[in-house]
Design a protein around this ligand. Structure first.
Ligand code: RBF
Length: 215
């Protein structure tokens, strides 16, 4: 890819990513590209300070399953965090302007130092990763449209940031280049790195915003 005006600017604020819990859910279609994107995402999350124990990875058959998986994983992480029914309902934000309240995490166990230092509580962000490559039928259009709309809905309904890690490529080469696997002179850029950065920033900002802090 040539240098140009496109792409994200760097964020000036430094966030402490060590307490964050981030879920990655990826589709299994177009495996080579998916693998590179998931690896790029995990590598960058760790570079940014997210602990290995704070990263949960799940897979689903295809991109169409991503929104459902995000929704269920977010709900499951509240259950896992030991939320009572009241906490769970309080922690989700079904369209109200009230920010997501933090759900109490299980008390750290002095007898288990690993668990004591693990990021706990519900997921602070979810990264949905899929690779859609246009074929000869209309599947591409239908899946792209429904997945992008549904992922937006999940983050607005739950109050948990959902990162749109879905490539919608017209050709194989376009998909490869966006995973840093281009076959030309320029291998392209692994967008998983950007998705990791978006997850850390949005997770951190969401925590701060819910406390009324705007730094
Ligand atoms: N899933 C993807 O993640 N990427 C694709 O490029 C993709 N293409 C598909 C093309 C066709 C014709 C079909 C039937 C499915 C495709 N899927 C793809 C799978 C889809 O997201 C989903 O897993 C299945 O439709 C089962 O719900």
């Amino acid at each position: 890819m040539s240098e140009g005006i496109k792409g994200p600017d760097y964020v000036q604020t430094k966030f402490d990513a060590s307490p964050l819990r981030v879920a990655i859910v990826h589709a299994r279609w177009n495996k080579v590209v998916i693998e590179a994107l998931v690896n790029g995402t995990i590598k960058r999350l760790k570079e940014l300070g997210v602990k290995e124990s704070g990263i949960v990875v799940q897979s689903v058959p295809g991109s169409y399953e991503l929104p459902f998986a995000c929704s269920k994983m977010i709900a499951g992480s509240h259950v896992q965090a030991g939320a009572s029914a009241t906490d769970l309902l309080g922690g989700l934000n079904f369209g109200s302007s009230t920010p997501r309240s933090s759900t109490p995490a299980p008390a750290p166990s002095a007898s288990n130092p690993v668990i004591a230092t693990m990021p706990q509580g519900p997921f602070d962000a979810v990264i949905a990763i899929g690779v859609l490559i246009k074929g000869s039928t209309m599947h591409f259009e239908y899946i792209c449209e429904s997945v992008s709309h549904a992922l937006m809905r999940v983050q607005l309904d739950t109050g948990v940031p959902v990162v749109f890690g879905v490539l919608t490529a017209l050709t194989d080469e376009q998909a490869l280049e966006r995973a840093g696997l281009g076959t030309g002179k320029d291998k392209g850029h692994n967008h998983g790195e950007d998705w990791a950065e978006a997850a850390v920033e949005m997770a951190s900002r969401t925590k701060l915003w819910s406390e009324g802090k705007f730094v």
